[in-house]
Design a protein around this ligand. Sequence first.
Ligand SMILES: Cc1cc2nc3c(=O)[nH]c(=O)nc-3n(C[C@H](O)[C@H](O)[C@H](O)COP(=O)(O)OP(=O)(O)OC[C@H]3O[C@@H](n4cnc5c(N)ncnc54)[C@H](O)[C@@H]3O)c2cc1C
Length: 456
Amino acid sequence: MKYDVLIIGGGPGGIYAAYELLEKCPGKKIAVLEAGHELARRRCPIDGVKVKSCIRCPCCAIMNGFGGAGAFSDGKYNITNQFGGTLHEFIGKRRALELMEYVDEINMRMGGEGTKLYSTGNTPIKKLCLQNDLHLLDASVRHLGTDINYVVLENLYNHMKEKVDFYFDTPVQHVEKVEGGYIAHAAKGSYEGEYCIISVGRSGSKWMETVCRELQIPTHSNRVDIGVRVELPHAVFAHLTDELYESKIVCRTKKFQDRVRTFCMNPHGVVVNENTNGIVTVNGHSYEDPALHTDNTNFALLVAKHFSEPFKDSNGYGESIAKLSNMLGGGVIVQRFGDLIRGQRSTPKRLSESFVVPTLAATPGDLSLVMPKRILDGIIEMIYALDKIAPGTANDDTLLYGVEVKFYNMEVELTGDLETCHKGLFIIGDGSGVTHSLSHASASGVHVARYLAEIM
Ligand SMILES: Cc1cc2nc3c(=O)[nH]c(=O)nc-3n(C[C@H](O)[C@H](O)[C@H](O)COP(=O)(O)OP(=O)(O)OC[C@H]3O[C@@H](n4cnc5c(N)ncnc54)[C@H](O)[C@@H]3O)c2cc1C
């Protein structure tokens, strides 16, 4: 099967690369090879009744399939260069923002119209943060919500399915460089393309490492973010979430000078399990539809850990901490903030007496047995700092779920056009280590597609 362009991975990076190739060079043959199912068949078996927690499916329906890791996400589309990746370092700040805005426009045409765009533009919250030694990062945030995000993906698929060959349940095992292009080998067959775009996201990180080793593509790796997901009554953060929806607030800790930040805020949302390579961690999302709203808001507090030589396996470090929580709790552990401060574990009884009702069935336990002191100290310091701008954050019943880990793919050495040292082989999205968000990943796909449209 011979194509002009092979795209490996059907997440936002791969989808938007395919979309833009169709727009700019409609006559070209394009294939998308995706390890997971098509959108309609993506279903996590956790139903809260028969299956209460992660059963470690061989191919996780949350992380894999058309739409990628973001398919059931909250669909927070952040238009900014301040977080979500370093795409601007490759293609320039202006172009990066232009491409993120371009994708936002397409999302609006594909079913997202009417959703709200929030902005940190002139908010007084910025000053309030500064007065308390906290720092609010600048961004425009489109909140699609899990439900509308799904509709947008459905429409994108319907728009492309007759013109692009999608191969689902097709995990690519090897990428071979041959005369005149690349061959992607999968159990079902081999697919040849003159150009190859790899966009395998975080779930493909281990595979990506193998590809880079086999093809001798230089990589660097030194970062992991470790923390907890905080869940509290919606009213506590309402003045922030009503105005900004998502506020990225950063604090530098006094003792260790680490940066702790809020991440992925979900007003009226739910806390969920996430399975990365068989390790169960925590995440969160929320729905646009008011009928699906809960009484709680959740967000992550993450501490960024950068390692220096000789240590190279930053993801391995994060995995070991997450494994510890899985070992002690059989999955994710939940603890009340008050219990953590008093040095006692949370128990089912203590949790049942709590005024905050958890939205995820996690195991009550003790996070201090799991998290390194430096990281836990940073999280506690941040909770007290946030309590000054959102009183009630440091209440006894505030729930902390652990562990939340943001694994970063190793950074692949790429040109400004996201091309590897092999001509015609591109690595985009989260799999490249360049992006960590829907907006940056999608924009990276458009960027490479436009470059290919010029040279094909
Ligand atoms: C629960 C959750 C909530 C999130 N919420 C948000 C949010 O609100 N806002 C935001 O900006 N970001 C969010 N993110 C992050 C966001 O989803 C990612 O940054 C984004 O999806 C990255 O896009 P991508 O295309 O690079 O990779 P992915 O979306 O991970 O897609 C990669 C695809 O490649 C496939 N693949 C992997 N290996 C292979 C292989 N060997 N062969 C074939 N296919 C393969 C995978 O099955 C997957 O479908 C969230 C992530 C999760 C997990």
